[in-house]
Design a protein around this ligand. Structure first.
Ligand code: NDP
Length: 246
């Protein structure tokens, strides 16, 4: 794919699922990568599974702005620029509001929303100086539609969409592109973050059914497409549903 080779790309939330698949895809296309997440062993194994690629990893929790800054600093040390930040880290501990899981609500707001903001804050000064860059966020169909039993998760994804659209409007004159990737159900480890048994089983089982669940590589292809377009083209949102999803 043209226009990816040589680009410096940071992937947050790269240790499994969509982030892992996107890392593999972009490495194949010749990007220079810095990847991050909390699980050291998974990042190490991923890097080792991609020979002959320019790729480094750092352990970082996206809720910690110093750790996010350190990931961006690593990219600057190694390559002297940042072309793309992919804010992909997220969790989905869904449950009906009446269950009042305060800790999970706080965690979702911190990771899904503050994590994205911490990434934006760390790269914006660099991209403004470069007068170019692209910030991508994994949002969701749940950023468009509210599902019962998922109100808080949907709220975080609605918020991310608003933030990314605001970013697009504010930074377009600096040639900074904002891209929202909104998948439907994808077969990943995300269900392991759900503690409500009924919700967990539903996501775990349905994601594996062809036509009801997408593969992580389907989303990686969309991210690669958004990056591959010419700098004058802002792919501001891609929605990808499994064919049989309502
Ligand atoms: P996974 O659970 O496989 O991946 C989530 C990634 O986020 C992991 O790499 C995880 O790494 C990372 N992560 C979670 N919390 C943190 C944190 N505090 N700091 C740093 N990294 C963190 O699920 P998916 O691949 O499905 O999820 C990726 C994104 O896609 C999420 O934003 C999710 O909301 C979104 N999405 C998923 C859909 C689906 O059906 N699967 C549908 C629509 C959107 P680690 O645990 O090592 O930190």
């Amino acid at each position: 794919m043209t226009n990816i080779e040589g680009k410096v790309v940071i992937v947050m939330g790269a240790s499994s699922g969509i982030g892992e698949a996107t890392t593999k895809k972009l490495a194949q296309e010749g990007a220079k990568l810095v990847i991050a997440a909390r699980r050291d062993d998974r990042l190490k194994a991923l890097v080792e599974s991609i020979p002959n690629a320019e790729i480094s990893y750092a352990v970082a929790d996206v809720t910690n702005k110093e750790e996010v800054q350190a990931v961006v600093d690593l990219a600057m040390e190694k390559y002297g620029r940042v072309d793309v930040l992919y804010n992909n880290a997220g969790i989905m501990p869904t449950a009906p509001l009446s269950v009042t899981r305060f800790d999970e609500w706080r965690q979702m707001l911190d990771i899904n929303i503050m994590g994205v903001l911490n990434g934006i804050a760390a790269v914006l000064p660099i991209m403004k100086k470069q007068q170019s860059g692209q910030i991508i966020a994994t949002d969701s169909i749940a950023g468009h539609v509210v599902y019962p039993g998922s109100a808080v998760y949907c709220g975080t994804k609605f918020a991310v969409r608003a933030i990314m659209e605001g970013l697009r409007q504010e930074e377009r004159e600096n040639n900074i592109r904002s891209t929202i990737i909104s998948p439907g159900l994808v077969d990943t480890e995300l269900y392991t973050t759900i503690n409500e048994p009924e919700n967990r089983e539903w996501v775990k089982n349905n994601a594996k059914i062809e036509g009801l669940g997408l593969k992580s590589s389907d989303i990686a292809d969309a991210v690669a497409y958004a990056i591959s377009t010419h700098e004058t083209v802002a792919v501001s949102e891609i929605m990808i549903r499994p064919t049989k999803q309502v």
